[in-house]
Ligand binder design. Structure first.
Ligand code: FHN
Length: 587
């Protein structure tokens, strides 16, 4: 074979390998596409606890308490709870109503509790007879009916599965009143109930959008077994962050905020917050403190403006009815979504942050301003946007262009007197280019230290702003020198400063090298183990000089490539040396 021919064949092989790699990357990205686009999902907490509705032998779970926890709250013996569960007979259940309600509300996915912590399966499980088909007079598979109804309505079907907590099984977590924790065989429970039930759910109900695990698990290795099973049976199915994130390296395809949690914003990764419509997940007859439609709409806007998804719960009653207030609220949310969905679906986080009058989302070259209140003078002021604004109009009246006012770098939009929505009015700005924020330097008062954390930083490369469900924020996923975190400072007090870094690192990251650069100055250091992820410690890095007043770029990054995450970075602080008599304790 001639040299040319060999070269051509080699070239072809390289092309094929590149195409395969690109295909693989595209497939991996595609997996998140629906989640990124859809933003709004329905959570359904339903099980035998709905029959108790917050009351057991005269004892009540008060409004705001989680009624699905009633078995644990009152230490109901397994046998009593099992007897009670025989009575579950949701004769009014119509899966189509659930799927239709989700659709009407503008929700795009539905997550139902296939098994909650009480251990009862709401589907026909062969692994345990303690399930809706074999244990109750109802004898119908709720998960199956919901899966079918959702598919008919174009709602992505997903399941919740409590993989660690199981108050019915002696090996599961949580039941300390019937079972002796010292005798618990958790491995047996994983092997004989939790993993096989997950296999059933992944095998018998068609493609699942995601699996929603809850309350973490003991070890990363255990979490990985669940992850592997999902990947083996349904590689496209997403896994939520609670698969194993309680004090471990974060796993899963996206992260969950804590229940009803709202981050301050500025996150780089996919996230979702599960929230209740009143104060409980499972139905309680004592909890009638429903959120208003305007509150739900504003929460949705706020979450989406920060790049997240909103998973909003309904707790059906034992007879299968969805509580009327939930239906009413979701109906009104849906009316708003019908008109304004364009400003929610497929949008990204607002680069500018939040405004005193509301929030924003962006898509292409459009900025959607969501005004929660009408400013007194009728002018919506938008500061911090770098782009030229070409036009402004109400989403509901796109032909009528609104007057734009420009004053000291602030764009003002004069609002019409009519067409106001009391929950959120959407005004569209058409801008030149991808919407971007004006860089906002971190300023300093007289003598004040700089505290540099995730909030005001810019990330580059793979470095990512992350959080865990305890609401702790950090920078993670950085392994190489191009993975950087930086801040723009505006120094007003030149002088000598003590530099400190605060981070958490496991033993495997110890010894990794990193540098902090402040303009021309550079300090190199080595990562020390702090114990575990989320065990943060502060370290002195030395004295640096901020020589001049004015802008200064500060950055931190690994200095050499490696496989391990550098650290869970929390903050850098620069404290004036003159006030460092109070240098104090490092913990
Ligand atoms: O304990 C559960 C609770 O009952 C409910 O299922 C929520 C939903 O996010 N998750 C757990 C607590 O975080």
């Amino acid at each position: 074979m001639g040299h040319r021919k060999v070269m051509r064949i080699l070239g072809l092989i390289v092309l094929l390998v590149c195409a395969a790699l690109a295909g693989g990357i595209a497939a991996a990205q595609d997996k998140m596409e629906w989640f990124r686009h859809d933003k709004f999902g329905m959570f359904v907490h339903w099980g035998p606890y709905s029959l108790l509705a917050g009351e057991w032998k005269g004892q009540r779970t008060p409004a705001g308490d989680e009624a699905e926890w009633i078995m644990q709250r009152f230490n109901i013996p397994v046998n009593d709870y099992r007897q009670m569960a025989h009575g579950l007979n949701p004769v009014k259940f119509d899966a189509n109503r659930f799927a239709k309600l989700a659709k009407v509300a503008g929700m795009k996915y539905l997550v139902v509790t296939a098994k909650h912590h009480d251990g009862f399966a709401m589907y026909h499980s062969k692994v345990s007879g303690y399930n809706i088909v074999d244990w109750t007079p109802f004898k119908r598979d709720i998960v199956k009916e919901l899966a079918e109804a959702c598919r008919k309505e174009g709602i992505r079907f997903c399941v919740y599965y409590s993989h660690r907590e199981d108050w019915d099984d002696p090996g599961g977590y949580g039941n300390h009143w019937d079972y002796d924790p010292a005798k618990k065989d958790f491995e047996k429970y994983l092997r004989e109930k939790s993993m096989p039930q997950l296999r059933e759910l992944l095998t018998n109900y068609g493609p699942l959008g995601l699996i929603w695990f809850d309350r973490g698990i003991d070890t990363t290795e255990q979490a990985k077994r669940f992850i592997d099973l999902v990947h083996e049976l349904q590689p496209q199915c997403l896994i939520n962050g609670r698969i194993g994130n309680y004090g471990h390296e974060l796993l899963g395809d996206y992260q969950n905020m804590n229940d009803n949690g709202m981050p301050t914003g500025g996150l780089d990764e996919y996230w979702e917050t599960p929230q209740t419509l009143n104060g409980t997940w499972g139905y309680s007859k004592f909890d009638q403190e429903w959120k208003t439609p305007a509150n739900v709409i504003q929460r949705l806007v706020e979450i989406v403006s920060k790049g997240g998804n909103y998973l909003l719960n309904i707790g059906p009653m034992a007879d299968g009815t969805i509580p009327a207030p939930s239906v009413a609220v979701l109906g009104q949310v849906g009316e708003w979504m019908q008109k304004n969905g364009e400003s929610i679906y497929g949008t990204s986080a607002c680069p500018v942050g939040q405004f005193p009058w509301g929030r924003c989302t962006v898509k292409g070259e459009r900025v959607f301003l969501h005004a929660f209140q009408r400013p007194a003078d009728g002018v919506l002021r938008v500061s911090g946007l770098r782009n030229e604004v070409r036009a402004a109009y109400m989403l509901q009246a796109q032909d009528r262009k609104l007057e734009l006012l420009k004053q000291d770098g602030v764009t003002g939009v004069r609002l019409p007197a009519q067409g106001w929505d009391s929950a959120a009015t959407v005004v569209v700005l058409e801008v030149k280019g991808k919407p971007e924020a004006e860089p906002k330097p971190i300023t300093q008062g007289s003598d004040s230290p700089f505290h540099l954390d995730y909030a005001g930083c810019e990330t580059a490369g793979r470095a990512m702003k992350r959080f865990n469900r305890d609401g702790k924020f950090h920078i993670g996923r950085w392994t190489n020198p191009e993975d950087q975190v930086s801040w723009r400072l505006l120094v007003s007090q030149p002088g000598r400063y003590r530099l400190r870094v605060r981070y958490a690192a496991r033993a495997e990251s110890a010894g990794r090298k990193y540098a902090v650069e402040l303009g021309e100055q550079r300090l190199e250091n080595t990562v020390e183990a702090t114990g575990d992820w989320y065990q943060y410690k502060s370290f002195e890095l030395g004295i640096v000089t901020l020589a001049n007043k004015g802008p200064l770029k500060v950055l931190i990054r690994p200095t050499e490539a490696g496989k391990q995450n550098l650290m869970y970075f929390e903050s850098l602080t620069l404290e004036p040396e003159t006030v460092s008599g109070r240098l104090g304790r490092l913990d």
